[in-house]
Design a protein around this ligand. Structure first.
Ligand code: ATP
Length: 234
């Protein structure tokens, strides 16, 4: 589905990503874990066209997307749930969902999809007329996910969905990610909560100062001594 080869990103003379390579197969949940500043967000931004790579190749479904702008990736089947949610604060929940479907023009299909989102995220249904900016962090995260799913993506990129959420909501968000995946969407997940991310991921890559230092099956990395020491607080 997605292949990243020798990705490099520079911010001025800071070399933030150094030859990052990884793959996400159709149907997988793949997670990138790593400490603050390891390069997780930069990687997602480069993949989703929000950041120009200084080198490397990104392929989505056999098509070279290394230089394609972000909005052109949505019709190709990619959606991005950015760090910090970025919902449209002055719009209602429902208007945010409608905007998520901007590439589709079948009104009936859009309203059916909105109902599907309400079934998956009942909290959003209760709040359909509420301004997004007045919702709690967890509710905004659910809205950001639902809005991304409205474009019917084949792969969704999620940047730190659990950030700043209470533990009970963190569990709920991870359950939703698992469900999104089992109902057919491929997931590339960036997380600082390595423990939760590794539990749901099929495979994982560990980033350290802009490089991939380790990769493997999610559950196996949970038991890896190096990972335990550095990321799981063991
Ligand atoms: P976090 O979990 O803290 O968000 P991260 O793993 O997502 O961290 P990035 O945000 O990708 O890491 O940052 C990777 C490196 O690039 C860091 O050293 C960061 O300081 C640097 N960086 C990121 N954005 C910029 C920018 N706009 N200008 C300069 N340096 C940047």
């Amino acid at each position: 589905m997605l292949k990243v080869e020798n990705l490099n990103v520079h911010y001025g003379n800071i070399h933030a990503l150094k030859n990052i390579s990884f793959e996400v197969a159709k149907g997988e949940i793949v997670t990138l874990i790593g400490a603050n500043g390891a390069g997780k967000t930069s990687t997602l931004q480069a993949v989703s066209g929000m950041l120009k790579p200084s080198g490397g190749k990104i392929t989505l479904k056999e098509q070279d997307i290394s230089h394609i702008e972000a909005h052109k990736l949505v019709p190709l089947g990619m959606a991005h749930v950015p760090e910090g949610r970025r919902v449209f604060a002055q719009m209602t929940v429902e208007e945010n969902l409608e905007l998520g479907a901007y590439i589709l023009n079948n009104k009936k299909q859009i309203s059916e999809d909105i109902e599907k989102m309400y079934a998956r995220f009942p909290r959003l249904k209760e709040r359909r007329k509420q301004l997004a900016g007045t919702m709690s962090g967890g509710e905004q995260q659910m809205l950001a996910m639902a809005r991304a799913l409205m474009s019917r993506p084949e792969i969704v990129l999620m940047d730190e969905p659990s950030m700043g959420l209470a533990p009970i909501l963190v569990q709920e968000i991870f359950d939703i990610i698992k469900e999104i995946n089992t109902t057919g969407t491929t997931v590339l997940l960036v997380e600082q909560n390595a423990n939760m991310a590794l539990q749901i991921a099929h495979r994982a890559y560990v980033l350290e100062t802009g490089e991939v230092v380790l990769s493997g099956v999610g559950k196996e990395l949970l038991n890896n001594a190096q990972v335990k020491k550095a990321y799981l607080g063991a």
